[in-house]
Design a protein. Structure first.
Length: 499
């Protein structure tokens, strides 16, 4: 039976009233399939691309189930794990919207916020604890939160957790929770590591999959723009051309590196655009303020790193521009998913240099869609030479960034260059040294006679005896006892007492 309205879902009357007040009437596919299972108390394995409404798919049933019961100090009744601060804040906002008719207490444990404020909320007891893994473990180790009372666990954006290296923290947190709990597990993709995690911590889950993993929303118009130059100044010119050619309400512009976000932001402001920056080096208050101004329409263009790529609920983003082609096809899906949300039309354009053509092939493989180009398309020769060119303006280009090798500590280091010729023996350089003629090499003592004669006629030279060091004269001063330590300085010697 197909569900066509929220009234058909097994949500409580208070939640139904909040949904109606928010103006929603028809659930998305992930909501229609996941909400009935979640309300029943069974585990859910949800696979859905970003922008499909999966946050509401677990928030609404959680509110319904948490209506009965009361929170105890430092023992949250439910726990939601999110990979980024922004996504955690968005989930908290969803609880405010759909729980407007309830008195549920919600606490947010994220970095960049003082521990004292968070401690006060935990001491009063919370029904819903929304946290990033690192801050939650910090609070647990400080004894400020106990997890044995958690009845519902939600792991949101699990594949993003994998990208950010949070899987060991997730496993540690899950072992601290009671085994008899409900787990709601959501991910846009299912790589092997995520499948292993789901198999370990879900009990007989109902699999809910509303789209093929890593597919893009059909309401998004995707375009690619080829830039023959690899320098950033040329890419910035192409970006300005794309922006001026579109009717933009607001747009997010993605860069691969934080430093490029700052440079691009300054360039956009210099050329008269209403722009701001968002990246991981900003403090939490600045990031929150920037996002709020972007949501309110005070900012038109937001230059951002991938910290803003996933999970942010900004429903009216009209355009997404990829200033840099993302290094992974899945990241492309999540980036352009910031537009075209909840059935709205969206536009996404990606600037491609000759070095990026291999990444375009990876995006095509992940999405299953052929790229549509604006203007001249790259030639077959451009694809064949992809990755060979190098950008010289910053000393290291994106192609070099991809060829970095991991060091022992996880840091990425440049490949070693071939060592220059040295005077080291040939066997130490790993290759045989060419033979040199007598004329080419420096004269040696035995060059004056043949080697055979030199061996027979050479007379053994007696070893020279080392010169004996002269014994220093005795130090002047009073008589002293002969103790065997005559080498001691005079000021350390004790004079012999005489009668």
């Amino acid at each position: 039976m197909e569900i066509t309205s929220f009234a058909e879902l097994p949500l409580s009357p208070k939640v139904q009233a909040a949904v109606a007040a928010a103006g929603y009437t028809t659930p998305t596919p992930i909501q229609a399939q996941a909400i009935p299972v979640a309300v029943s108390g069974r585990d859910v394995l949800g696979i859905a691309q970003t922008g499909t409404g999966k946050t509401a798919a677990f928030v609404m049933p959680m509110i319904t189930r948490l209506e009965a019961g009361r929170a105890r100090a430092r023992m949250p009744r439910s726990l939601i794990l999110a990979p980024t601060r922004e996504l955690a804040a968005q989930v908290a906002h969803s609880f405010e919207k759909y729980g407007i008719n309830h008195k549920l207490s919600v606490a947010l444990l994220i970095g960049g916020v003082s521990f004292e404020d968070q401690d006060r909320k935990l001491d009063r007891g919370v029904d819903v604890l929304i946290a990033t893994p690192g801050r939650l473990l910090d609070q647990f180790q400080r004894g400020k939160v106990m997890l044995m009372g958690v009845d519902i666990l939600v792991i949101d954006e699990a594949d993003r957790m994998l990208d950010m290296g949070f899987i060991p923290d997730i496993e540690k947190i899950c072992r601290l929770l009671p085994p008899r709990r409900q787990t709601l597990f959501f991910s846009a993709t299912m790589p092997p590591e995520i499948k292993r995690l789901a198999d370990n911590f879900l009990r007989d889950p109902v699999r809910v999959e509303v789209a093929r993993p890593a597919t893009t929303v059909k309401s998004i118009t995707q375009r690619f723009r080829f830039c023959p130059e690899t320098e950033d100044w040329a890419k910035r010119e192409v970006l300005r051309e794309l922006i001026r050619s579109q009717t933009i309400k607001n747009a997010i512009i993605f860069c691969n590196r934080k430093r490029d976000v700052a440079i691009l932001h300054r360039s956009l402001v210099k050329h008269g655009f209403n722009a701001a920056a968002l990246h991981g080096d900003m403090d939490q208050q600045s990031r929150t303020d920037t996002l709020e101004r972007f949501r309110n329409g005070e900012i038109t263009l937001l230059a951002a790193s991938d910290v803003a790529a996933r999970g942010l609920d900004i429903p009216d983003v009209s355009h997404v521009f990829n200033f840099d082609v993302p290094w992974a096809g899945d990241d492309y899906v999540h980036r352009i998913g910031r537009t075209g949300r909840a059935g709205r039309e969206g536009f996404a354009a990606t600037i491609v240099t000759p070095d990026d053509l291999g990444l375009v092939k990876e995006i095509e493989r992940v999405t299953g869609e052929k790229p549509v180009w604006i203007g001249a398309e790259p030639t077959a020769e451009d694809f064949a030479r992809s990755g060979r060119r190098r950008r010289g303006s910053r000393g290291r280009d994106r192609g070099a960034e991809r060829s970095l090798r991991p060091s022992r500590g996880g840091e990425r280091l440049p490949e070693r260059r071939p060592a220059a010729a040295s005077n080291a023996p040939a066997r130490e350089r790993g290759k045989r040294a060419p033979a040199l003629s007598v004329a080419d090499r420096k004269p040696r003592i035995d060059d004056a006679v043949p080697a055979t004669r030199a061996r027979t006629e050479a007379k053994p030279v007696p070893p020279t005896e080392p010169k004996k060091r002269a014994k220093p004269p005795p130090m002047p001063g009073p008589k002293h006892a002969v103790t065997g330590f005559d080498h001691m300085p005079a000021f350390l010697r004790r004079p012999v007492r005489t009668a």
